[in-house]
Design a protein around this ligand. Structure first.
Ligand code: ZN
Length: 356
């Protein structure tokens, strides 16, 4: 691995106070963005209170969503996110993406919170400012379900067949990065059209792969989130969760991920059974790869039974060809159909929770 490439390391973030439903939260963001997010937040709080009131009069009918998940719209979001350019942790592209997402979800009247922390850059050891993005629907609900993805992109397309590109090419992470983000941008549009039986958080992890060398640490954001949840338990608790990663492959095949069967078997079956009921054949009822992903810290540190929904057989994985043209609106739409259906029919908490 070329050790000369070094994305911009950020100085430690400044802190601002933001009033949001349920009290004030400390948000650490840099300068102008911080101010922008703060104003978005205060607007979102008022709007959310209004939504919470109107919701009681608008229950879901027969468990059906008023609108269908729109794969084409999700794909447009995927393209827009990739047009920002590379989005590794601490980069200008990541800053821009955070602005876009804070605006998008505030407009949809979710509660939006950045969970900020620093992590040493694997090459320079300089602190990199990182932000997990937590988007809460019905934030007052104490029992919650967690849906997650990562939103940083790998610094380099280091598996590209062309060694020169692998060492210095551009990686936009259309499937590995943008697909999860785009999925949540579209899913958010439906979150107030029905009432899930539990509160729902979308958690977008930073620092999943600020990786230059195989021994560099992965899952920095998911580990920080999981340790904070374990060590300073919040007022709410997560009953279980699902992670989405690389869900836009044109040849979509989502098999059971092996670690998920160990940690969150009931959740895996509830999602795959929902897919079968809805006729989505791309969820295949067979064991696939064992994948190390952000769900490991959630299971092992936070004790939240969480499965990974991932199509790991993507030929453009970590290459410069992980671009929108190699992703599919139809695939995003199929995963959306399953998850939207599952959210309307959420299973009970698994009988045995993982504890460590
Ligand atoms: Zn990756």
């Amino acid at each position: 691995m070329d050790e000369t490439v070094n994305p911009t390391a950020k100085p430690p973030a400044g802190k601002i106070e933001v009033n949001a439903p349920g009290g004030s939260h400390v948000i650490s963001r840099r300068g102008a963005i911080a101010a922008g997010v703060a104003s978005l937040f205060s607007g979102a709080s008022t709007a959310f209170a209004q939504k919470a009131r109107s919701k009681a009069a608008k229950p879901a009918k027969g468990g059906q969503a008023a609108v269908e998940f729109d794969g084409a719209r999700a794909y447009e979001h995927l393209k827009a996110i990739c047009e920002i350019g590379p989005r590794p942790s601490g980069s200008a592209g990541m800053d821009r993406q955070q602005q876009v997402l804070a605006e998008h979800f505030s407009r949809l009247k979710a509660k939006v919170l950045f969970q900020t922390f620093d992590s040493p850059h694997p090459q320079t050891r300089e602190p990199v400012s990182m932000n997990n993005l937590i988007i809460s629907w019905r934030p007052q609900a104490k029992d919650r379900v967690l849906l997650a993805c990562h939103y940083d992109t790998r610094p380099l397309p280091d598996r590209d067949p062309n060694p020169k590109v692998a060492r210095g090419g551009v990686f936009v992470g259309a499937n590995d990065g943008a697909s999860g983000v785009a999925f949540f941008m579209e899913l958010g549009r439906h979150m107030s059209s029905f009432e899930p039986r539990f509160g729902v958080d979308f958690v977008l992890f930073d620092g999943e792969e600020l990786v230059f060398h195989p021994s560099d640490p992965y899952f920095l954001g998911a580990e920080h989130f999981s340790r904070a949840y374990r060590d300073e338990p919040p007022a709410h608790r997560y009953l279980y969760g699902a992670l989405l990663d690389m869900i836009a492959d044109r040849q979509l095949n989502i098999l059971y991920e092996v670690n998920s069967l160990e940690y969150a078997r009931d959740i895996v079956h509830s999602i795959w059974n929902k897919a079968r009921k809805l006729g989505v054949k791309e969820f295949i009822h067979r064991r696939g790869h064992e994948v190390r992903d952000d769900h490991l810290p959630l299971n092992e540190i936070a004790g939240i039974p969480t499965c990974d929904i991932i199509d790991f057989d993507y030929e453009h994985w970590h290459t410069a060809q992980d671009v929108p043209a190699n992703c599919s609106a139809a695939s995003l739409g199929k995963v959306g159909k399953v998850i939207l259906g599952w959210l309307q029919d959420l299973p009970d908490e698994p009988a045995t929770r993982v504890r460590k």
